[in-house]
Design a protein around this ligand. Structure first.
Ligand code: ASP
Length: 315
């Protein structure tokens, strides 16, 4: 029997129990479970891996706790600019958007780019124009606002630094502390097709039109039925230079390693050497899942028709 598998993440980094109240922890776990269930329901009803990853990411984008869609972090200019990508491992089609504003669900726009444009990667104003043309739902700035993210930004906006998500309020700690936000999903459907989707607000106080790994195909997002589907979270600049998501695929394809081994080689060795903190989730066409991170924690979850159903935060 084909194994149906849904895997999600909500960011990685210095996520430690001491910083969390039980209530907050439960709200995070609930948010993860909700997204996991939404994606898995698509697979259970016989839907495609692409539709499953999109469904899971939409739920995480709508959840203000995660740095994607609603609740995205603020740029140096005090606005939210979001990135997203989706890839279908069955045909290697992909869609990605960067620097977009006011789009309620960036992953919907990335999917629209994949399905209904002649392009793979679109940016900024042009991407927003495409969203309007395709009837993608827009929201006013207020919709994306969260006090928590605003305070994070206020603490460092006069400095030159950027900071990763889920951080403490103190400015020096903000710059030192490393916690990431970004959401992602990978899935394997009843036909053994795999897909990956990733969405983010990026880094607090990012400037000059900075783009992270999330929408970069092969960097933060990749899917190929011959090997695996991967969604990353972590220090985007390093993940881009490591071509992290594609590297897991390449190790499987050219070295013949399994998913878990390939993911560990990239996250626990290559990225560590390059000082790239973070992690990734993956799935192969047999429905095997991997969730590997070199940080203190990673918001994550996995659900499968073999009875697996877990959400977790810490190591
Ligand atoms: N990888 C994301 C970026 O660099 C950040 C994150 O995962 O939190 O934009």
């Amino acid at each position: 029997m084909q194994k149906l598998t849904m895997v999600i993440h909500g960011g990685a980094g210095t996520i430690v129990k001491e910083d969390m109240t039980t209530e907050l922890e439960n709200v995070y776990l609930q948010g993860l479970q909700e997204a996991l269930n939404a994606g898995y329901a698509v697979l259970e009803e016989g839907g495609t891996a692409v539709n499953a990853v999109k469904a899971a990411v939409v739920i995480l984008e709508d959840n203000v706790l995660f740095n994607a869609g609603r609740g995205s972090v603020f740029t140096k200019k005090g606005v939210q600019e979001m990135d997203a990508a989706i890839m279908d491992g069955s045909n290697l089609e992909a869609g990605a958007v960067t620097g977009i504003r006011n789009v309620r669900n960036p992953i919907e726009l990335a999917t629209e780019v994949m399905r209904h444009s002649d392009h793979v990667f679109v940016a900024g104003k042009g991407a927003n124009d495409f969203a309007i043309k395709q009837g993608i739902k827009l929201e006013p700035d207020d919709y994306f606002f969260s006090q928590y993210r605003y305070n994070q930004w206020k603490a460092i906006r006069d400095s030159d630094g950027t900071s990763l998500d889920h951080t403490h309020q103190d400015a020096t700690e903000l710059l030192r502390d490393k916690k990431f936000g970004t959401v992602g999903a990978v899935a394997c459907d009843k036909n053994g097709n795999v897909a990956a989707a990733t969405s983010t607000g990026g880094l607090t106080n990012k400037k000059f039109g900075r783009i992270g790994d999330t929408p970069v195909i092969g960097g933060g997002t990749y899917a190929n039925n011959e090997t695996c589907a991967i969604s990353c979270t972590g220090e985007g600049e390093v993940f881009i230079r490591a071509v992290a998501a594609y590297d897991v695929h390449a190790i499987m394809q050219y070295k013949g390693e399994n998913l878990q081994k390939a993911a560990e080689e990239v996250v626990l060795h290559k990225l560590v050497k390059m000082k790239g903190e973070g992690g990734l989730i993956g799935v192969d066409p047999q429905g095997n899942a991997a969730m590997v991170f070199n940080s203190a924690g990673m918001y994550r979850g996995v659900k499968s028709n073999d009875g697996t159903n877990e959400v977790a935060i810490y190591k």
